[in-house]
Design a protein around this ligand. Structure first.
Ligand code: SAH
Length: 245
C-alpha cells in the first residue's frame, strides 16, 4: 500500500521541497509514498480567483473562505478517499508521535495549509477536518507544518528507515525523551564519553540509558514526565483492582 499525501496549499511549489531528498526522497522514488500538491486557488469560483476575504467583525488580515476550501477538500477526497483531512493551525491539538504512528499506519493524509489569519472556522465542522498544531509558535503558513507532519509519517513507513529498531527507540515512543548519544573521538576538547558506554557491558549500558532517559525527561520536560507518571500510577492501580476482583 502506498501512503498518499495530498497537500492543499497556495504554494504547491514548496512541495516536495525537503521531502524530495534523503530518506523521504528515496522512499518517494521507490513508490513508498505519493504526493499530490494541489493549488487551493484552482477552486476559487470568481474570475479573480479569490481565496480569501476580510474578517467578519473587523480586524487585521484576511481569512481563507470556507466555500473555496470545501471545493478543494472535496477534490482531495476524490484523489485520496480513505485519508483523514488535517488542517495545520496553532489552534489545533498538539501533534504527538502517537498520532503520527496512527497516520503512518493508514492510507495517507490530506493536509490543509493555511495562510494569512487562517481558515473560516465553519470549514472544520462542515468537512470533518481535524485541527493539528506543530507547537506553541506561529508560522507564516501551514506549509512548513505540513512538511513536518509528513516527514514524521514517512520515516515510519515500512522499509523507509534502515535499522528496524531505530524507529522504536526514539524520543516519545515510550513517553520519554531518548538518552544522549556519543561517538568517536573518545576525548574531544577535554570532554570524555561516559565510562559506562565504553565498558562493553550491555546490561549496564541499558540501565544507564534508561536512567538518563528518565532524568532528562524529568528535568527538560516535566509535562511529559508527569503524564508518564500518571499513566504508570493509573495502570498500577488498575492492575491492583483487577487482582481484587
Ligand atoms: N491567526 C492565526 C495564525 C495564522 S498563521 C492564529 O493566531 O491562530 C497562518 C497559517 O500558518 C495558519 O493558518 C496555519 O496553517 C499555519 N500555522 C501557523 N502556526 C502554526 C502551528 N503552530 N501549527 C500548525 N500550523 C501553523
Amino acid at each position: 500500500m502506498t501512503f498518499r499525501a495530498t497537500v492543499l496549499t497556495l504554494y504547491p511549489e514548496m512541495f516536495p521541497g525537503p521531502l524530495g531528498v534523503s530518506l523521504a526522497g528515496r522512499a518517494r522514488e521507490d513508490g513508498k509514498w505519493a504526493l499530490d500538491a494541489v493549488q487551493i486557488r484552482d477552486f476559487a469560483a470568481d474570475k479573480h480567483r479569490t481565496v480569501d476575504d476580510t474578517p467578519a467583525g473587523g480586524g487585521a488580515g484576511m481569512v481563507l473562505r470556507a466555500d473555496v476550501l470545501a471545493s478543494a477538500i472535496d477534490h482531495a477526497r476524490r484523489l485520496n478517499p480513505e485519508a483523514p483531512v488535517i488542517a495545520m493551525t496553532p489552534r489545533g491539538k498538539p501533534l504527538t508521535q502517537a498520532r503520527v504512528r496512527e497516520l503512518a499506519a493508514g492510507p495517507g493524509v490530506i493536509v490543509l495549509c493555511g495562510r494569512f489569519e487562517g481558515f473560516d472556522e465553519r470549514i472544520f465542522e462542515g468537512r470533518q477536518v481535524e485541527e493539528v498544531s506543530v507547537g506553541d509558535i506561529v508560522l507564516s503558513g501551514g506549509e512548513p507544518a505540513a512538511l513536518m507532519l509528513l516527514d514524521a509519517c514517512i520515516r515510519l513507513l515500512p522499509g523507509v528507515m534502515g535499522a528496524a529498531s531505530s524507529g522504536t527507540e526514539e524520543s516519545f515512543e515510550n513517553g520519554l525523551l531518548e538518552y544522549p548519544h556519543y561517538t568517536r573521538p573518545a576525548e574531544w576538547e577535554g570532554r570524555t564519553i561516559p565510562e559506562v558506554l565504553r565498558s562493553g557491558d550491555h546490561a549496564k549500558i541499558a540501565a544507564w540509558r534508561k536512567s538518563q532517559s528518565e532524568i532528562d525527561t524529568r528535568l527538560r520536560r516535566p509535562d511529559l514526565w508527569e503524564r508518564q507518571e500518571g499513566a504508570r500510577v493509573q495502570s498500577a492501580s488498575g492492575a491492583r483492582r483487577e487482582k481484587k476482583d
